[in-house]
Design a protein. Structure first.
Length: 62
């Protein structure tokens, strides 16, 4: 298992009410795809119900 930091750029709202935020997850996974999948699932569980939508993401191996 390797250590990864996964970053998810997310938004909620529209127009003047639009907010942007960067979410960071520390993941231990066999590869970058597995780390991204795990972080995306956590994001969906924690933040999607609060109106946040992932726009993009990135993975950094530590």
């Amino acid at each position: 298992m390797r250590d990864f930091k996964v970053f998810i750029q997310a938004v909620r709202g529209e127009g003047a009410e639009r907010e942007e935020r960067m979410f960071r997850y520390d993941e231990m996974a066999p590869d970058a795809d597995a780390a991204r999948t795990s972080a995306k699932a956590k994001f969906e569980l924690e933040w999607a119900a609060k109106g946040w939508h992932a726009e993009s993401g990135g993975v950094l191996e530590m």
